[in-house]
Design a protein around this ligand. Structure first.
Ligand SMILES: N[C@@H](CCC(=O)N[C@@H](CS)C(=O)NCC(=O)O)C(=O)O
Length: 217
């Protein structure tokens, strides 16, 4: 059965691939699973039909027959559980990959989101100038810990897995701030993720979807 995911009708990032449908597309591409995409406008996201799929009125969602999922991490985990290649078979290695997925979404992504909010939504507030460096430093602190753990390893735990797909997707969101480049091993790690053919296909698909144009080059 071909699953359907939802994505912004037009992503606010204009196709930079930072909306969370990109990570789901990436997982589907890694799995070799064809999929359909249903665009949702900001208004439609808050209407009952979409709220029935997603209790918080957001994207992405995932529909496969009777199954409806929301939360990008849960969707990636579902895809990884049903296709070879993204989750190790060995129970302890599998548990470690799942741990890293939680770490990406629960420990690394929150300060990064906070920084995006501070830079975009709160930029006009009188206290923005004072707060922004504090928020940026919280991202630096988290990335320095991740950088120390990754060291010169290629991926977080053995071979490329759903852990890396999730972590790279999260780290990509720091790119507009320039902070990622302060950590050369993390910048190289993200570049390895982006170089994967499945990521390239996912990025090109979301680009075409958001811009109506094929990707240049
Ligand atoms: N924790 C959720 C977050 C979902 C989320 O924030 N989606 C954003 C797009 S990336 C969205 O729909 N924003 C519009 C809104 O919240 O109204 C996930 O990982 O799926």
């Amino acid at each position: 059965m071909i699953p359907t995911i939802t994505a912004f009708e037009r992503s606010p990032d204009g196709g930079k691939g930072l909306a969370r449908d990109t990570r789901v597309r990436w997982a589907l591409e890694e799995a070799g699973q064809p999929y359909r995409v249903r665009p949702v406008s900001f208004a439609a996201m808050k209407e009952p039909a979409h709220m029935a799929l997603h209790p918080f009125g957001q994207i992405p969602t995932y529909e496969e027959g009777d199954l409806v999922l929301f939360e990008s991490g849960a969707i990636i985990f579902h895809i990884a559980s049903r296709h070879a290649g993204l989750l190790p078979e060995e129970p302890n290695a599998r548990a470690r990959v799942i741990t890293w997925m939680f770490a990406a979404l629960n420990t690394v992504e929150p300060p990064i989101l906070d920084l995006s909010t501070a830079r975009i939504m709160e930029a006009d507030k009188p206290w923005a100038e004072e707060r922004l460096p504090l928020v940026a430093d919280r991202v630096r602190h988290r990335l320095s810990q991740l950088s120390a753990r990754l060291g010169d390893a290629e991926w977080l735990d053995g071979a490329f897995s759903a852990a890396d797909l999730t972590m790279v997707s999260v780290l990509l969101r720091t790119r507009p701030s320039g902070i990622l480049n302060e950590f050369p091993n993390l910048a190289a790690y993200v570049a390895r993720g982006e170089a994967r053919p499945a990521y390239q296909r996912a990025f090109a698909a979301q680009w075409a979807f958001n811009t109506g144009q094929p990707q240049a080059g």
